[in-house]
Design a protein around this ligand. Structure first.
Ligand code: DAH
Length: 339
């Protein structure tokens, strides 16, 4: 039996040395050390040995087993190393190859102008506020002095979700929402999407953007409004820009006005851009109506304020001389890459 064990060890070691890879090693391990392997077969004869020979053979069998195991592990390590070297050689990157071209993206024209407007107002100490696009009738209309049946509702073709829930038609509801949550002094800019059930054409889109402004404090006057809007106009269209306030009506401001900027193309003499007027209308504004202050929880006997609402698209279209509003939403890269 001793001779058998030693012979087995010798052939096993020779075969391991002659193996080519880890699969070969695994087959050898099974053939020699596996449950149905050669070693087990030899050990089955243990029963026929004498009592003092048995432990000696047991010990020898263990030695043979660990010798074969050691040899297998040794070769397995060797093959693993070789496989790794081969893989690394395959993965080598040629750092001298030219790289792939990267096209750099940039801001959408709406974002370019919105960011400019934000910067101008942040410079005057305004906070940026945001609110829901799905709005309650109360905030969008009721609290802004536009009760049910008011003619101002007809001019804002509203997408209703239920009788009292709608897609906001203006950013003005942010005035009430902000006043409910904050005490004066208030200085906010609230930009966002608004929705009106208009058919899309060159100048209309069912989704567009407004920028709402609200200032409430003690002693705020129309003069403050004018100075503030002048800063906006000069910041957007250049230092030589003038503004003009025309009387108007909005239910939530009293008095109300529409604000024009002198045409930044012709400087006011009249051209095709301003349709010969010399002026371009950019926003609506006014002194916050006392009832609107009250609806926001603010005492109109103590505080006063002004508000304004800018149509972002209108400014973008004139600034960049874009003649169709739909171009702003189609996201055709051939168009967008021009800005
Ligand atoms: N919300 C008005 C609109 O959509 C615009 C507006 C006018 C907002 C006057 C104001 C304002 O805050 O004072 O037509």
């Amino acid at each position: 039996m001793k001779a058998q064990l030693e012979a087995m060890r010798k052939t096993a070691e020779e075969k391991i040395a002659a193996s080519k890879n880890r699969d070969d090693l695994e087959s050898l391990r099974i053939a020699y050390l596996g449950k149905k392997g050669e070693l087990t077969a030899i050990l089955k004869q243990m029963g026929s040995l004498s009592a003092d020979e048995r432990p000696k053979m047991g010990q020898l069998a263990n030695e043979v087993r660990s010798a074969i195991e050691k040899k297998i592990t040794e070769f397995a390590e060797k093959y693993k190393e070789a496989e790794k070297r081969e893989r690394l050689a395959l993965e080598t990157i040629d750092v001298t190859m030219p790289g792939k071209d990267m096209t750099e993206g940039h801001k959408h024209p709406l974002s370019i102008v919105l960011d400019e407007v934000k910067d101008i107002f942040i410079g005057m100490g305004f906070q940026i506020a945001t609110g829901p696009e799905v709005e309650l009738d109360y905030y969008n209309f009721e609290a802004l002095n536009i009760p049910k049946g008011h003619p101002a509702r007809d001019t804002q073709d509203t997408f209703y979700i239920t009788e009292n829930v709608l897609l906001r038609t203006q950013t003005s509801p942010m005035q009430i929402r902000y006043m409910e949550q904050h005490k004066p002094p208030i200085r906010i800019l609230a930009p966002g999407r608004v929705f009106r059930s208009d058919a899309a054409d060159a100048t209309h889109s069912p989704l567009f953007h407004q920028i709402e402004g609200l200032v409430v404090d003690k002693g705020i006057t129309m003069g403050d409004l004018k100075a503030c809007l002048e800063t906006l106009a000069k910041g957007l269209f250049g230092e030589s820009t003038r503004i003009r306030l025309r009387p108007h009506h909005f239910p939530f401001t009293e008095p109300s006005c529409e604000v024009d900027v002198s045409c930044f193309r012709c400087g006011g003499t009249g051209c095709s851009m301003c349709k010969g007027e010399g002026w371009i209308e950019i926003l609506g504004a006014g002194m916050v109506h006392p009832q609107v202050l009250r609806n926001g929880g603010i005492d109109p006997e103590v505080y006063s304020g002004f508000a304004f609402g800018v149509g972002l698209e209108r400014i973008v279209l004139s600034r960049f001389r874009i003649d169709d509003i739909r171009l702003l939403y189609e996201n055709d890269v051939r168009f967008l890459s021009q800005f």
